[in-house]
Write a protein that binds this ligand. Sequence first.
Ligand SMILES: [Zn+2]
Length: 278
Amino acid sequence: MPELPEVEVIRQGLAPHLKGLKIIAIRCSEKPLRTPVPYNEMRGELLGQTITAVHRRAKYLIVRMDSDAAIIIHLGMTGNMGIFAKNSDPQKHDHVYWELDNGTELRFNDTRRFGAVRLLEAGSRKTLEKQFFAATGPEPFSRSCSARYLNKRAASRKIAIKKFIMDSHVIAGVGNIYANESLFRSKIHPDRAAASLSAKEWQRLLEVIRKTLKDAIECGGSTISDFVDASGRGGYFQINFQVYGRAGRTCAICGETIIKKNIGGRASFICPGCQKQP
Ligand SMILES: [Zn+2]
């Protein structure tokens, strides 16, 4: 499932190929995504509009137009975006096509169709976007996402620290893979109560989360599942995973055997040597 780094890599890959281009046609497969795609509304709002920017918020891509309208795209489990020559053969599971005025088109591909495409109309874009992200926590790289903020949010929470940092209301974009990796690198057991972390541990964990996400973005995102970035290349971050997907293998830090445990319904990878059981 694409997490923050994968979405950011797609954003960085797409932006230079979209900015300044006009949308001249919108086509679609007949298959529904997680929510119905608003094709008629998109045609009404977007045809003839020039793309001005491609942003990311949490795991969402936001494509903005010069009218101030925008589309918000969530990749779901297997979604991906790419730029193709207009006349190139569509691929299996291509579901939405935005044709551009330079002979290319932006395509949304999604095997399992858990992704979603939403339209924010020009007149109400600002309000709609605010509502849409009202419950989303701060971006991990933002100033508002400080160790102090996290410590405060965690006060009196008995919830496991791993579940806590994966909660998008608390912090945006940290999914299962990067939660596992960050806790291992911080030497914090994923089962520990969120409230039990000291101010110093929060400082360290936040630094490690930022570093882990940044490393992954620089490596082009991980290639878990079907993910490829906007240019069709796979990333290479998975070779740097220290615990994720490594159950039964040896910890590179201490030599203990990495174990797998289910926490809150998600696979957790733990080094019993580095991450002390609470
Ligand atoms: Zn270890």
